[in-house]
Design a protein around this ligand. Sequence first.
Ligand code: ZN
Length: 261
Amino acid sequence: MLLKEIIVGLVVTGILTGIYLLWRRKQNKLAAYKLPPSTKFLLYNYLPLYRVLNDDGKQRFEERMRDFLARTKITGVEGVVVHDIDRIFIAASAILPLYAYDKWRYYNLNEILLYPTVFNKHYDTDGYDRNVLGMVGDGVMNRHMILSQPALRDGFMNPDSTHNTAIHEFVHLIDKADGAIDGVPQYLLNKDNVKKWNFYSDMYMQAIREGFTDINPYATKSKAEFFAVISEYYFKQPGMLQYRYPDLYKMLQEMYQPKAA
Ligand SMILES: [Zn+2]
């Protein structure tokens, strides 16, 4: 009897040690990952919201990016070569919407596929945003995001547009974290704000349909698209959004920067 207990004890200890060593190895690998040397240059020149952070804020932003890249696979498809600029723009898009939420990680994402131009002609599966620029996968492509490499870069290198495809897709993932891409991101809203957000979404979608505003009409496709599109405005053209639609800007600020709102 005693011998049996000793053997069981040794086996359990062996298994637990094995699990611990695997976990330790993964943690060491994550900690060893380093951001590309061009990170600061690219962030400083192409991300105005990074520029206005103080030194501590910049450091925290970079550490969150580093952690994201260490955990997320990025793969080029159909001949695409993934460059440092792509990694940096992708990680910046991931962290920017959730900078105020220190503990947030994208548990619903494993891999990002970068396509050369458009992919709607080549790609046929379930997912959100089955258009040419970006998509959050569903079904067999669950936990995958697809981005067009030129659209990813244009989102940062064309400062005058209201588009940022990668931010748009990460906003869908944030929306999806509560179980549904429905335009109501439960983690960013308290009970009162859910009602308020539904009210704003409906009101602005109607205004766009009736031509009362020049907000990108893609936002009327669904409440989820409204949330993703208006979030692009919030991060890409915050000054314009605040000047023209201050109530909507304030609502988004309460969601994305609750301490500042
Ligand atoms: Zn979308």
